[in-house]
Write a protein that binds this ligand. Structure first.
Ligand code: ATP
Ligand code: MG
Length: 451
């Protein structure tokens, strides 16, 4: 569903409920939207739960999509929006640790009982404002507690994704996890490995994109879920670093500190690059005779390892490519003051650069706090602001071919040399570039040109 205004969504859901009620059925808002509106937050979508059977819902809303009707869910279009209308149901046995084998249509109370957490088990009648609470969700919302409905062990055994959903809700809602629920999560954490990588990826994404991501990180570690889904992060614990550069402590402490220093809103590649930028420090650590600790090549190996982890978790190429680039390049920032202008401009012109600056910034602030290279780049950005970092070329390959060059690597090198001079400010127009060519790169004979 596209971004729709909250009143329009609520209005649409309310009119769906009105139609169902007018036909003699029970119909209520259910789950996340009730929780979010009681918290005064904007709900993402409004789900309807009803006593009407799927065939009856389809009859009342011609054009409704029957996708998922066997689970009792019908998608209804109303006022340009889509709403999930689910028949009250109870889940049968679970044999795969994720989805019920069967569902049986049931009462509203039974439908509340099959939901995961008490705060997700509330119903609201939008026509009367009445809250229907079979699971103690209201009290838990007020106390800001995340509690499994019923026996926590059993609920996590049925559907292992709930383990990670618990950490996600505790993170985004800022709730405490009720002790029995927490105990069950800690005991059952390894079972998350039976859940599909895509579902794990989606939950991790919600946790790390949320401003409360540091708490999410800690909950993942303390629950044992980090060990189960991202064991590489745990391997950062106890990986000692030279104190002169890293007074904060080991690589794990450094990474965690960086997470806490990010702005609230971040891109997914940025937060993932923070998590993984030093992922290969444990594997590359060396200590010489003087006791000096080094991590040669941790950036390049880290880029490979980051790609492997993100592929394992089924992240898209659109997320993987910029994350890997940021990890691969994060050590280059120490060289920026020594870079020739052409090289610096090319480094800065890459599409991932602004996120890489943010990675570098928290890398510095999460260690010695020396922002001199960051500030240097910001000054250079101002200095270069008047024109594009990479302006249109002064001469083209076609120009060179017209001058008698053959296509090939030598021609590419000449074009790069001219672009270097242009980026350095030594050549600024086509005429000068052509005269420079005449003097410095006369057309080679056929034999040389074919290299
Ligand atoms: P959000 O959409 O903000 O992530 P939500 O609470 O709406 O949160 P959804 O995944 O959209 O979560 O699910 C809607 C409702 O369905 C939940 O509030 C919960 O009542 C129920 N639910 C969803 N997934 C599960 C699950 N794995 N086990 C039990 N109940 C679930
Ligand atoms: Mg939802």
């Amino acid at each position: 569903m596209n971004q729709a205004s909250e009143p329009a969504l609520l209005g649409g859901a309310t009119s769906v409920i009105q139609t169902l009620k007018a036909a003699g059925h029970l119909a209520l808002l259910a789950g996340g939207c009730v929780r979010d509106s009681l918290l005064g937050k904007t709900a993402k979508d409004y789900d309807v739960a009803t006593s009407a059977r799927p065939e009856e819902v389809i009859r009342l809303f011609p054009g409704a999509l029957t996708v998922g009707a066997h689970f009792g869910v019908v998608i209804v279009r109303q006022g340009g929006h889509h709403f999930e209308v689910a028949t009250f149901r109870t889940d049968g046995s679970y044999s795969d640790g994720r989805r019920p084998d069967t569902v049986t249509f049931a009462t509203a109370e039974e439908d509340a009982q099959r939901r995961d957490f008490t705060v997700n088990g509330l119903f609201l009648d939008p026509l009367t404002g009445e809250i229907i609470d079979y699971v103690g969700g209201r009290a838990d919302l007020e106390a800001r507690v995340l509690r499994a409905i019923g026996d926590a062990h059993q609920r996590f055994a049925e559907d292992h994704l709930r383990l990670l959903r618990a950490v996600r809700f505790a993170t985004v809602l800022g709730f405490e996890v009720e002790p029995q629920t927490w105990k069950a999560i800690r005991e059952m954490a390894p079972r998350i490995q039976a859940v599909s990588a895509e579902r794990i990826r989606d939950e991790l994404t919600k946790i790390f994109l949320h401003p409360n991501r540091l708490r999410g990180f800690d909950l993942l570690v303390e629950s044992g879920l980090m060990e189960a889904v991202l064991p590489e992060i745990l391997a950062l614990q106890g990986c000692e670093q030279p104190a002169q550069f890293h007074p904060e402590g080991d690589v794990f402490i450094h990474t965690r500190l960086m997470l806490s220093l990010l702005p609230d809103e971040v891109s997914l590649p940025l937060v993932l690059s923070v998590l993984f930028h030093d992922i290969s420090k444990p594997a590359t650590q060396t200590v010489d005779e003087t006791g000096r600790i080094r991590f040669n090549g941790h950036d390049k190996l880290g880029a490979l390892v980051t790609e492997e982890i993100l592929r394992r978790l089924k992240f898209s190429n659109q997320v993987i490519a910029p994350t890997v680039e940021a990890v691969a390049c994060h050590m280059i920032f120490k060289d920026v003051p020594k870079m020739r202008t052409a090289k610096l401009k090319r480094f800065m012109a890459r599409p991932t650069f602004e996120d890489e600056m943010q990675l570098h910034r928290v890398d510095c602030l999460g260690s010695k706090g020396d922002l001199s290279n960051f500030d240097y780049v910001r000054r250079k950005q101002q200095e270069f602001a008047a024109e594009p970092l990479i302006p249109p070329s002064l001469v083209s390959g076609r120009d060179l071919i017209q001058l008698g060059w053959h296509a090939g690597p030598a021609l590419g090198r000449i074009l790069t040399a001219i672009q270097n001079l242009q980026l350095e400010g030594s050549l600024s127009n086509r005429e000068d570039a052509l005269s420079w060519l005449k003097v410095n790169a006369p057309v080679p004979d056929q034999f040389d040109a074919a290299d």
